[in-house]
Design a protein around this ligand. Sequence first.
Ligand SMILES: [Zn+2]
Length: 118
Amino acid sequence: MCKDCFEEQYYSFPSQTEFEKFEEVLDLKCRLGKIKILESKNEVENELIDFIMCYKCETCEEKFIMSIPDNAWRGYFLTELNAIEYHQKIKESDKKRQKVCLFIFVLIIVLTIYGITK
Ligand SMILES: [Zn+2]
């Protein structure tokens, strides 16, 4: 990260306005040739994240990944490594949530059966 790209990262954009402000700066840097757009792709792995863009700083060669905010999902703009880490964290917390849901579901069934047979 350097002065030609970005000195801070965003783990989420607090509001749409904040995101638009950031996008303007990013767009300007792209047009000035400081940042190159590598690719954009659809991420189907996690239903929360459906559209990401990859960028590279021409000065320090740092790669960035941007996820576009969509409703409840607040997006992010992170270096490639941090983005991968962030994805893994989200996936893990998703798995935990699924386990808790499954546990509650089983508990309800058990209680229902218990209630019927009693
Ligand atoms: Zn840079």
